[in-house]
Write a protein that binds this ligand. Structure first.
Ligand code: AHM
Ligand code: MG
Length: 324
């Protein structure tokens, strides 16, 4: 007897991209997930002995993840400029590529040794036909992104993908098939949820607006209800994925210790902001400016960020408005 509940019309990432009118012509190879999953087995965990330009110690997997990303972008023939968190300068590939790609190959890598989820964040810009093919080509606001998303290598390997003007789709890697399957079509973020996600260890450095906002959700007056739950993984891809699924808010504010915030505009903030907005949420910087309209002046520029459920970000904005 045929069970009518069994899904027989499976949408793989390749099929999705082929069918999508916005198809960018990229394919997933699964190399990333393979290396992350085998990390301890093949002795990849640990320090690689080099530092990236911001002085962080690079993990072996950061180095390998970056190399895989760079090589696949170069060999795609579709990419002219690549900005990676692990490369000080933008990489410019010759050829006829029409796209610029920005990426954090392995975000959350400080968590790798503890087996916590990490992932890859990426954004894709379509370059003007007369683009010079330099780093300056990507000093653009997130509103210019044609596609963005992230992967999360956790209990399962998930890929979240959105294209300009479209919705947000979630794929899960089927290990047996080696294919990403569309498992979460049209992800919509709940409008509100009482969850906050922030590194509270930085609260000493917060400004008064930030303090007032977090106090207001932790010590609500009777009129605005119960205190929020705290959830902070310290891996943006995992905190963002939870926020996308359950709702709530995630923040990495600018503060006295990090006046420009910690997260990078081009390959951390903007792609996540595009995903959040297209799933029905919002993302703003520490000045409450729409994150997607923030233009970096340098490829590795940072910004404060508040993102998540639409109504939760409205609350953030209303508290900050009192402190302007
Ligand atoms: P990374 O790109 O060096 O991994 O840093 C980014 C990570 C994010 O994943 C996460 O949201 C944040 O840094 C956590 O920072 P902190 O440890 O200061 O809370
Ligand atoms: Mg990162």
């Amino acid at each position: 007897k045929v069970n009518s509940e069994v899904q027989t019309d499976i949408v793989t990432l390749t099929r999705y991209l082929t069918e999508s009118e916005h198809a960018l012509g990229t394919t997933a190879t699964g190399d990333f997930t393979y290396y992350i999953r085998r990390a301890t087995l093949i002795n990849l965990v640990g320090l690689a002995g080099s530092e990236n330009k911001t002085g962080d110690e690079q993990k072996k997997l950061d180095v390998i993840g970056n190399e895989i990303f760079v090589n696949s972008m170069r060999s795609s023939g579709k990419v002219k400029v690549l900005v990676s968190e692990e490369e000080e300068n933008a990489l410019v590939f010759g050829g006829s590529g029409k796209y610029a790609v920005v990426c954090d190959p392995i975000d959350g890598s400080s968590n790798l040794d503890a087996g916590v989820s990490v992932g890859t964040i990426f954004g894709i810009f379509k370059l003007d036909d007369n683009a010079a093919g330099t780093a300056d080509d990507v000093l653009l606001p997130g509103t210019e992104l044609v596609a963005a998303g992230f992967t999360m290598y956790g209990a399962s390997a998930n890929l979240v993908l959105t294209m300009r003007g479209g919705n947000v789709n979630g794929f899960t890697l089927d290990n047996a098939l080696g294919e990403f399957i569309l498992t979460h079509p049209n992800m919509r973020m709940p409008k509100t949820r009482s969850i906050y996600s922030v590194n509270e260890g930085n609260s000493l450095y917060w400004d008064s607006a930030c303090r007032e906002y977090f106090d207001s959700i932790k010590y609500p007056t009777e009129a605005n209800g119960k205190p929020y739950s705290a959830r902070y993984i310290g891996s943006m891809v995992a905190d963002a994925y939870r926020t996308l699924c359950y709702g709530g808010m995630f923040a990495y504010p600018a503060d006295k210790k990090s006046p420009k915030g910690k997260l990078r505009i081009l390959y951390e903030c903007a792609p996540m902001a595009m995903v959040m907005e297209q799933a029905g949420g919002q993302a703003v910087d520490s000045n409450m400016k729409r994150m997607l309209e923030v233009v970096p002046t340098h490829i590795h520029d940072r910004s404060g960020i508040f993102m998540g459920s639409y109504d939760e970000i409205e609350k953030v904005k209303s508290v900050f408005a009192k402190h302007q």
